[in-house]
Design a protein around this ligand. Sequence first.
Ligand SMILES: Cc1cc2nc3c(=O)[nH]c(=O)nc-3n(C[C@H](O)[C@H](O)[C@H](O)COP(=O)(O)O)c2cc1C
Length: 155
Amino acid sequence: MDAAEFRHACGVFATGITVATVMGRDGKPHGLTANSFCSVSLHPPMVLVCVAHKASTHGPFAAASSFAINILSENQRELSVRFASSHSNRFEGVNWRKGECGAPVLDDSLAVLECATRERIAAGDHTIFLGEVRQATVKDGRPLVYFGGGYGELK
Ligand SMILES: Cc1cc2nc3c(=O)[nH]c(=O)nc-3n(C[C@H](O)[C@H](O)[C@H](O)COP(=O)(O)O)c2cc1C
């Protein structure tokens, strides 16, 4: 399978955008932009997110017992860019708080799913983190959308 063809094919699957977050053992927040989020189970409520081994946040994710999925609204495009960048402190100037499960929750997210980490599954060059959702909050608004390598909004 050609890598470029694989990426191209996956890229036509329109997704929302999340910032997946964990609290590090150093007491600092960590997070990355991720569109590999997916709901998995209703009973119990479970979701997954895939994190690349090479991502600087992989270590903190692997060590944490909880994570949060912050689903971004159409007004939060800058956060998506920032959390996919090499910014030295991605949380600088960002309004966030420690959630019920301990993971960082970004203010103004369209929805937040706070999860207890249940499984870490090795999958190629990524790890699949399966979490049981302990708390979900949703706000009014419209989602940030990603399609064909670019951002968009729902019409
Ligand atoms: C739209 C978009 C979606 C992304 N989805 C994922 C993802 O699901 N999993 C992942 O590991 N990286 C994903 N990335 C890449 C990471 O956000 C980015 O590589 C990472 O934050 C860089 O981290 P580092 O420089 O700290 O290693 C995505 C990037 C973008 C722009």
